[in-house]
Design a protein around this ligand. Structure first.
Ligand code: GCO
Length: 449
């Protein structure tokens, strides 16, 4: 059992969660800037206005990434920093920041992996209807082309969307995330289709601008796993993983099948066809562009067993099950079965584009940040990922979520997911114990696990 040669060990982040400088150098508001100003939306009324001040501290952060042993860094570009109105006028200063960041990464031997959309839609586009507007796919493709033209000579790995399940399912179905507006199901299905179409058009724009670029897509979902690894339970867990369920926006198959197989899952069409956009079939060819890899944001899953009649049922978690500081369950097997199920269905190389946990990290009396829970969590999960690699799953890399502690959406700054501690008052960074541990894992390519 071993990770493949050239496996990419790295960290991930997202523009709105770390950059700050929300109104600097021509950046316009995103839907998250607007959302954070609405009373009661964000814990303690916080926002990403300053966050980790990464916009001003990127050189320091890149040097710290190198000390974490990173060979890859997955970050997102902020659409409203680059195209303040969402399309048309380019804010060159916004692009200049990413220019400098990419050069700095490469100078430190760290490969940039660029996510185009990590939820920060320009507010002016939301005013035009956001993803409901039939022009939204073109808006996204134009943004992709602008980014690729400036950075594509040095950035060779792109992801189009981060977690559409979240930025559609959490924003227009339940309304915990920006813009926090509930829409009728028919409209949300239309938004989903526009996002998928935007993905396809953006892939075409990237291919036209950066020949030879690697392009992917980042779904997420509960990586359900067999409670015991019998053929029946494995089949049951696979069915549960791809099921089109009531909370359909969170179905991983509903998003990945159109992108990778060129069709919505039959169960999806059966259930929602009457409310899906007219002529949706006509767009499938554009949506299903050849991709080079698939990301997977994988944190946990649910134990599943066969119902004995060809179906599945969720098994109860054990009383007092292990959980993280944000109360998510700790389920290392998710990082075996999630990549395995995805690889078996879509036959694309897999990057774990996010995995990690929040811990109640503090600066101890010795001035260090001891995070044994994070080390244990990562050790257990990485052993499972290593097992998947050994069983033939084509895993290409692992990006820890997150590089530094940061703005955790509606949880504000209450959760610390970073491998690097961030004092949000002083902006001091401190490598946690897990950073040194991870550097050794990266150096030995996981041999020391
Ligand atoms: C997500 C997002 C990240 C989160 C992280 C912890 O997966 O929800 O990509 O932005 O901050 O997952 O919740």
């Amino acid at each position: 059992m071993a990770f493949p040669k050239g496996f990419v060990w790295g960290g991930a982040s997202a523009a709105y969660q770390i950059e700050g400088a929300a109104a600097e150098d021509g950046r316009a508001p995103s839907i998250w800037d607007v959302f954070c100003e609405q009373p009661g939306r964000i814990l303690d009324g916080q926002s990403g206005a300053v966050a980790c001040d990464h916009y001003h501290r990127a050189p320091e952060d890149v040097a710290l990434m190198q000390r974490c042993g990173y060979k890859g860094y997955r970050f997102s570009t902020a659409w409203p920093r680059i195209l303040p109105e969402g399309f048309g006028r380019v804010n060159e200063k916004g692009l200049d920041f990413y220019d400098r960041l990419v050069d700095d990464l490469l100078a430190h031997g760290i490969e940039p992996y660029l996510t185009l959309y990590h939820w920060d839609l320009p507010a002016l586009l939301q005013q035009r209807g956001g993803w409901l507007n039939p022009d939204s796919p073109q808006w996204f493709a134009e943004y992709a082309a602008v980014v690729a033209r400036r950075l594509g000579d040095r950035v060779k790995h792109f992801f189009t969307f981060n977690e559409p399940q979240c930025f559609i399912g959490n924003c227009y179905v339940n309304t915990d995330h920006a813009p926090g507006l509930a829409y009728p199901q028919r409209d949300v299905l239309q938004m989903m289709h526009h996002v998928l179409l935007g993905h396809g058009l953006a892939v075409q724009a990237l291919r036209a601008t950066v020949p030879g670029a690697g392009v992917g897509f980042v779904p997420t979902g509960s990586a359900n796993y067999p409670v015991a690894e019998t053929p029946e339970n494995i089949e049951a867990a696979r069915s549960a993983f791809f099921a089109v369920h009531d909370n359909w926006a969170w179905s991983i198959g509903a998003w990945c099948d159109p992108v990778l197989l060129g069709s919505y899952p039959p169960a999806f069409v059966e259930r929602f066809g009457s409310e899906m956009p007219a002529h949706w079939q006509d767009d499938l060819k554009t949506i299903c562009q050849p991709l080079d890899f698939l990301g997977l944001n994988c944190y946990n899953g649910h134990p599943v067993e066969s119902d004995g009649a060809g179906g599945y049922r969720f098994s109860p978690r054990k009383v007092g099950y292990d959980r993280t500081a944000v109360k998510w369950p700790i389920t290392p097997k998710a990082l075996y079965w999630g990549p395995r199920f995805l690889y078996e269905r879509y036959k694309k190389p897999i990057y774990i584009s996010e995995n990690g946990l929040s811990c109640a990290d503090v600066i101890s009396l010795d001035g260090k940040v001891h995070d044994p829970n994070r080390i244990d969590f990562l050790h257990r999960y990485l052993l499972e990922l290593k097992r998947a690699a050994g069983d033939g799953v084509d895993v290409r890399g692992y990006f820890h979520w997150c590089v530094t502690d940061n703005f955790e959406w509606n949880r504000g700054y209450a959760e610390r997911f970073g491998m690097i501690y961030c004092d949000f008052e002083t902006q001091q960074r401190i490598l946690k114990d897990s950073a040194y541990w991870f550097a050794e894992v990266a150096r030995t390519n996981g041999e020391n696990l």
